[in-house]
Design a protein around this ligand. Structure first.
Ligand code: NIG
Ligand code: FE
Length: 416
């Protein structure tokens, strides 16, 4: 089945690269008066006129198709790629929201046994079915808001059985939605109640990672490398174990302190190091020339009133940046990637084009998917957002961040 989308005012995000870095981050390649052909679940071709008025534009003949969709001059762009979420959880943390308003910090709430441990208690007592139902609602909402590729972490189980329960829920979600879903094992999110950190790290390395690998329930391993959680040395042990089982690495690093997390992540060729609210020149130097995508989570900075991180500095030093939602009950209860773009522009001073690349191609890279999604390219999965009429400038996505802008979302070629 071939669908031709014609009369596209702006076809945005055309790229054959696997990631965008440095000055290239500020460039979003576009065509105007364009068309795009979807064949089954892939982008089979596209064309249009150069946005540069001085280039001559020959008239093109449109390809044949079974179905024609008139974009009515609106924008067609890649669906968002959200490379860091914790959307599988039970219950809410509304009480902690109120505590935060009264002045308690994220670290103080965690130190009192709230935070991640609070969600772990709720996740423990929820049935797999209930966990699936609650989590699916969030994933469906994210898809409706334009996310087409989503990474989901475990990390509210904190024992082998409950971590596997979470990962099975992620697998079930992956099997039931058209979005591309990547699963990450985050057993080292917090030390389980009643255990010493040493014993827990040993359990993560010797029991949980082998069990997750045996059931092929996750491709990536993540650690919350942070004071009061897991040290760089603990992280090194866990990531070494991940490597033994052929699992790749993503990391929570430098959220509340300059933790040494970035350095451990780069040492283990992490796909991404995430958060980065607090970094110095040493982290920039370490990331240069690495395979690791610096990933920032402005939704968590907003919700916890924490710094937004030095995205501009990274880009000025030739690095790329991805932005992700961090959707979770404690530090970022939203998976709205447009809001994330707006925060990136307003608080991190990213240009709209930099923010666009950060939530599309670089997000795809940060979950090992940039050969499949994240840009308009022939042969890539047809994961597309068609905007409402009138939205045909990159800047307006973040500028008009509360105005509904989606007319249709296509994932794997199908309208959702
Ligand atoms: O990325 N910082 C650690 N993990 C999550 C928060 C998890 C939670 O509070 O439930 C984050 O912000
Ligand atoms: Fe997180």
């Amino acid at each position: 089945m071939k669908t031709l989308i014609k009369n596209i005012g702006l076809l945005a995000g055309i790229s054959e690269s696997t990631r965008k870095e440095g000055p290239d981050m500020g460039v979003v390649h576009c065509l105007k008066d364009a068309w795009l052909l979807v064949d089954g679940d892939i982008i089979a071709g596209f064309g249009g006129k150069s946005v540069d008025e001085s280039s001559p534009n020959a008239e093109e003949t449109l390809p044949e198709s079974d179905l024609i969709l008139d974009a009515e001059g609106a924008m067609l762009m890649p669906a968002f790629c959200d490379s860091h979420t914790h959307v599988v959880y039970a219950g809410s943390r509304l009480k902690e929201f109120e505590d935060k308003i009264k002045g308690l910090s994220y670290a103080e709430i965690a130190a009192r046994g709230g935070g991640i441990l609070n969600s772990a208690d709720r996740t423990h007592s929820a049935s797999e079915e209930d966990l699936y139902r609650q989590s699916m609602e969030r994933v469906l909402e994210m898809m409706a808001k334009g996310s087409g590729a989503i990474e989901i972490k475990s990390g509210y189980g904190l024992n082998t059985a409950d971590e596997l329960k979470m990962l099975r829920v992620i697998k079930r979600i992956a099997d039931s939605v058209p979005a591309h879903i990547k699963a990450t094992f985050l057993g080292a999110h917090a030390v389980a109640r009643g255990m010493s950190k040493e014993d827990y790290v040993k359990q993560v390395c010797d029991e949980m990672i082998p069990a997750v690998a045996a059931e092929k329930l996750a491709e990536y391993v993540d650690v919350f490398c942070e004071k009061g959680f897991f040290s760089p040395e603990d992280t090194d042990l866990i990531l070494t174990s991940a490597g033994k089982y052929g699992m790749k690495v993503k990391l929570h690093a430098n959220q509340l302190h300059v933790s040494g997390g970035v350095q451990v992540g780069v040492k283990h060729n992490a796909l991404s190091v995430d958060h980065l609210e607090r970094t110095t020149d040493a982290e920039i130097a370490c990331l240069k020339g690495s395979v690791t995508m610096p990933t920032m989570l402005p939704g968590a900075s907003f919700f916890l009133r924490e710094p937004y991180g030095n995205a501009k500095g990274f880009i000025e030093n030739g690095l790329g940046v991805a932005l992700a939602s961090d959707y979770n009950p404690g530090s970022s209860p939203s998976g709205d990637m447009r809001f994330i773009m707006a925060l990136g522009c307003i608080w991190m001073r990213l240009t709209p084009e930099q923010a666009f690349n950060a939530v599309t191609l670089n997000g795809a890279y940060a979950m090992g998917l940039s050969n499949i999604v994240g840009s308009i390219a022939k042969g890539k999965s047809a994961n597309l957002i068609l905007t409402k009429q009138g939205f045909n400038e990159i800047g307006s996505i973040a500028y008009l961040y509360q105005t509904p802008f989606i007319r249709k979302v296509f994932l794997k070629g199908k309208e959702i």
